[in-house]
Ligand binder design. Structure first.
Ligand code: C2O
Ligand code: CU
Ligand code: CU
Length: 501
């Protein structure tokens, strides 16, 4: 279908259209003027049935990102449906209150389908959250951040060059809930912003333009125990943040802009320059640009206060895990023309021994950059990095790139980039991050922006970073994906599966 996004020609998009057969009236609500799928409101404990019909001319399947559902209901790529087929999903909402995502998951087609419009939000609520009396209704605002590129006829432009695949596709225009130049009018009181990074590859460093701290009350898997005040917060593809903002005392007519603030290290310097120059991008990743505007439109006298205690989260310790000395590896590697996890491209049923997980166990996992990453460069000297260089250079930019490469130093470093790693199934807890000293300079520009005290299902692994997390594998046997949520990387095969057995 076609929607008006920019002035002029309507833009052709793919869309999730929803029709409610049974359930409360607000189960499906369309965001005004948006190509996004309807916002789905579910309640913990609710039983849900969804008839999903593929009206595209290519295979697709829907995944409920963040939701803890049986393997058969998880939208595994092996269940991708041919045009005209229907899949009936049935599951019980086991998640606590949280903001989740639905999006396609067919192998090698996910990035393109999401980019062209297939994505939507799922707001799960529960009693624990309801008891807090947080801002709701018009005072709770979903914010889905995406970047897009349009041609002269307002049609979406997707990957045309190999480097757009290697780095992940970046647009030059920010859309919020499918709208450009997004602005929202608020009353002088507290609001709850439910932020989701629905971009294919773009990483945001969120901050208010007047340097008001960002008050985070929740992450991917729901509310934190207590609010956290941050100078800025990082939001990588697939991640969500629940942000409290109180406009009490602000003058009617005043406005505040949420920006993405400058940061470095997530992409090799060379790649950033390439993306800026060759694609004439107005929005190089890691630069400073506005995301949306909030205007205070009216005065009200009452506002709820920020609760000091939000929820109960019991923290896992190593003692809870089945493998405290032997973490399940999640090794990131970047090679010429490839992005891999655990050194193998995605292939269904290509299970490695450590990918078989006993049902009911709690496991320690470790994300790290192996082969070709900065740590590798450190250990093996420059020789190795050099090889990677050449390969990447050819793949990314052909001969012209090679010359440009020569001028910049930093061997293995050049190659390495940040990857948002997502694990299907139950959410996890991050227990530690350690960073290679060679990247500390860049890391300083992001390090205060991670919220690791809550439940997560996606975590941004910066170059040179090693992240330990603890994840339960309960309730359901079967195959569950883990992958990079840079969707171009995912489609390149930076995806594998756990078999819970
Ligand atoms: Cu949001 Cu397997 O993805
Ligand atoms: Cu998922
Ligand atoms: Cu990646």
């Amino acid at each position: 279908s076609a929607v008006s996004i920019l002035p002029g020609q309507p833009t052709r998009v793919l869309q999730y259209a929803g029709r409610l057969m049974k359930g409360p009236e607000d189960t499906l609500t369309q965001l005004p003027g948006s190509y996004l799928g309807p916002l789905m409101r579910l309640h913990k404990g609710q039983k849900v049935r969804i008839h999903f019909r593929n009206e595209l001319s290519e295979p697709t399947i829907a995944h409920w990102h963040g939701m803890h559902v049986p393997a058969l209901m998880d939208g595994h790529p092996m269940y991708a449906m041919e045009p005209g087929e229907t899949f009936v999903y049935e599951f019980e909402v086991l998640n606590r209150a949280s903001f989740n995502i639905y999006h396609p998951h067919p192998h090698e087609l996910t990035g393109r389908q999401v980019y062209h419009g297939l994505a939507g939000g799922i707001l799960v609520n529960d009693e624990e959250e309801a008891a807090l009396g947080l801002p709701a209704g018009e005072y709770e605002i979903p914010i889905v951040l995406q970047d897009r590129r349009f041609d002269a006829d307002n049609q979406l432009v997707y990957v045309r060059h190999m480097h757009e695949r290697m780095m992940g596709f970046h647009g030059d225009r920010i859309l919020v809930n499918g709208r450009p130049d997004f602005a929202v009018e608020v009353a002088s009181r507290a609001y709850r912003f439910r932020l989701m990074n629905g971009s294919n590859a773009r990483i945001y460093k969120l901050g208010w333009d007047d340097a008001t701290p960002v008050t985070v009350i929740g992450t991917d898997g729901g509310l934190l125990e207590t609010p956290e005040s941050k100078p800025y917060v990082m939001l990588a593809p697939g991640e969500r943040l629940d942000v409290w903002m109180d406009f009490s005392g602000r003058a009617v007519g005043s406005q505040l802009v949420m920006r993405s603030l400058p940061f470095s290290g997530a992409f090799p310097m060379m790649a950033r320059r390439m993306m800026g120059e060759m694609m004439h991008s107005a929005l190089p990743p890691g630069s400073d640009y506005p995301l949306f505007t909030v205007r205070v439109g009216r005065r009200v006298s009452e506002s709820p206060g920020l609760p000091r205690r939000l929820a109960k989260i019991s923290r896992y310790t190593l003692a809870d895990t089945a493998n405290p000395d032997k973490p399940v590896p999640l090794e990131i590697s970047e090679g010429p023309m490839s992005m891999l996890l655990n050194r193998r491209p995605y292939a269904h049923d290509d299970l490695q021994p450590f990918e078989r997980i006993p049902l009911g166990s709690v496991q320690l996992l470790e994300i790290f950059h192996g082969h070709g990453g900065p740590e590798d460069g450190m250990e093996h000297g420059g020789g190795h990095g050099m090889g990677m260089h050449g390969g990447m250079g050819m793949g990314m930019m052909g001969h012209r790139g090679m010359g440009m490469m020569g001028g910049s130093g930093g061997m293995g470093m050049m190659m390495s980039m940040a990857h948002p790693i997502h694990l299907h199934g139950q959410p996890f807890q991050i227990i530690s991050r350690t960073v290679n000293s060679a990247v500390l300079g860049d890391y300083a520009s992001v390090r205060d922006g991670f919220v690791d005290t809550g439940w997560k299902d996606t975590v941004l692994a910066m170059p040179g970073e090693r992240i330990r997390l603890i994840k339960p594998f309960q309730d359901f046997k079967g195959l569950f994906m883990y992958h990079c949520h840079n969707l171009e990387h995912e489609d390149m095969g930076m995806m594998r599966e756990f078999s819970i057995e």
